[in-house]
Write a protein that binds this ligand. Structure first.
Ligand code: NAP
Length: 269
């Protein structure tokens, strides 16, 4: 069974390792291939993948929005986010966004109940859109998003209260903070998007960065007694959700744990 990832530059992708571990655990005789495409090739590639009986495709930068016009159906979460990262090809092409579920599985795994709570997102790029869509569906009372230019953030993500970093302390405390900026990511480690004062009173921190596995932001949170999780579980859980969609199975949170245990993602240090 053939699965694959389409994007522009794929040499640093962790997806083959994750899906290989999944095939080993489940015994599925699968193959996960990488396809570096030009934008003009998308339509014909999707058509031929369908003709050749591919089980499913993932989509990454810069084609997560570009593939949407070719979909016959788009799932509600992908429509809200405005990006598709998973496609089913049996029958009509259907687009999903499994980052939404990677966020869900991570917060579930950590026992977070968000109903009636207050959350803050830092950053307003692609990942922030998925986090926003998920948190808006989770019954939160208030959601703030801090960006370097709140006016621009409001244009990009109209559904939330956009604030500047200098306003973060005004609305404290937050039950949950989700960092979607790359600040502190390899190779620019040792810097944090938030200060100790900005973290004061936070109930839980979710940093989407997975390399390094302990970011400067997480270190500060740890020294303040704030529980924190990195983006590694999300990275694997979104791949598990794609397999759930393609294979029409429910593998649950244990599958993500099993994959994480089996593989050692080759992160540069
Ligand atoms: P992106 O589209 O480039 O957005 C990043 C956002 O961060 C920008 O829109 C910007 O927001 C803010 N930002 C960038 N540089 C900054 C700086 N120097 N200081 C303060 N803010 C800055 O990137 P993305 O695709 O959303 O990814 C963001 C991070 O999430 C990356 O580290 C990525 O690895 C991680 N990620 C993890 C997973 C996972 O599965 N764990 C999935 C997706 C992404 P403002 O302009 O509003 O400030």
């Amino acid at each position: 069974m053939i699965y694959g990832l389409i994007g522009e530059k794929l040499s640093h992708s962790h997806s083959p390792q994750i899906h290989r571990a999944f095939f080993e655990i489940t015994g599925i005789k699968g193959e996960y291939r990488l396809f570096e495409l030009q934008k003009n090739d998308l339509d014909s590639f999707l058509y031929s993948a369908q003709q050749e009986g591919f089980m499913g495709l993932n989509v990454t930068i810069p084609y997560k929005s570009e593939v949407m016009p070719f979909m016959k159906r788009i799932s509600p979460e992908a429509a809200k986010i405005g990006a598709v990262n998973t496609i089913t090809l049996d029958g009509a092409l259907e687009g999903f966004n499994t980052d939404y579920y990677g966020i869900d599985y991570t917060l579930q795994k950590n026992g977070l109940i968000l109903n009636g709570k207050k959350a803050l997102i830092t950053g307003s790029g692609g990942a922030a859109k998925a986090v926003t869509a998920y948190l808006m569906d989770s019954g939160l009372l208030q959601l703030y998003i801090a960006g370097r230019n709140p006016e621009k953030t409001k244009e990009k993500i109209s559904s939330v209260m956009a604030i500047g970093y200098n306003e973060i302390e005004q609305y404290q405390p937050y039950d949950l903070i989700v960092n979607t900026t790359p600040v502190g990511m390899y190779p620019n480690t040792g810097v944090s998007p938030l200060s100790r004062d900005q973290l004061k009173g936070t109930g839980f921190l979710f940093d989407l960065i997975y390399n390094p596995t302990q970011t400067e932001l997480m270190k500060i949170a740890g020294s303040m007694g704030i529980p924190a999780v990195n983006g590694l579980f999300m990275l694997v859980a979104q791949a598990v959700k794609a397999q759930e969609i393609w294979n029409r199975q429910n593998y649950g949170l244990d599958m993500t744990d099993a994959i994480l245990k089996r593989m050692s993602i080759d992160l540069p240090v």
